[in-house]
Design a protein around this ligand. Structure first.
Ligand SMILES: [Zn+2]
Length: 161
């Protein structure tokens, strides 16, 4: 179990385009395992590699539902539809929460830790979490999409990505 140090805003690595992964090896598996441990330790529902200082297109999402842990390497958005507005937080912005509008549905193509391509469809909160993490891989932070910041009373039950 290895918990990595979280990179919090402001940091250059959080606002840059991440490099695509080309080598799927043991080091990548270790990194994914470390990202999982880190996400759990900090009680997040997702984590992107730049959040632990690595500018590569690797993200994980786990909203604690039947989907389990979704590992997204070099993810590409194939399709989005609908709209949802809800509270969002980010492990790189401790204590900051705001309302963000995102598509309700997303279809994404990505690779798993073995390099195998797969397509995943998600909606509602899972779609929100996936889109939040994919944004991280392109240097886009949720604060650029917040339409209204939330007060402490409004925060109950909001989890960070
Ligand atoms: Zn985030």
């Amino acid at each position: 179990m290895t918990v990595k140090k979280l990179v919090t805003h402001p940091a250059e690595v959080l606002e840059q385009e991440c490099e695509r992964v080309t080598v799927f090896d043991k080091k990548l598996e270790k990194l994914l395992n470390d990202m999982y441990d880190t996400m759990i330790e900090f009680d997040g529902v997702g984590l992107a590699a730049p959040q632990i200082g690595i500018a590569r297109q690797i993200a994980i999402v786990d909203i604690d539902d039947e989907s389990g842990t979704i590992e997204l390497i070099n993810p590409e958005i194939l399709e989005v539809s609908g709209e949802q507005t809800g509270p969002e937080g980010c492990l790189s912005f401790p204590g900051v929460y705001g309302e963000v509008t995102r598509p309700y549905f997303v279809k994404v193509k990505a690779r798993n830790r073995k390099g195998k391509a797969f397509v995943i469809e998600a909606e509602d909160f899972l779609a929100r979490a996936i889109l939040h993490e994919i944004d991280h891989l392109h240097g886009i932070l949720f604060t650029s999409k917040v339409t209204r910041y939330l007060t402490e009373e409004e925060l109950e039950g909001v989890e960070s990505e």
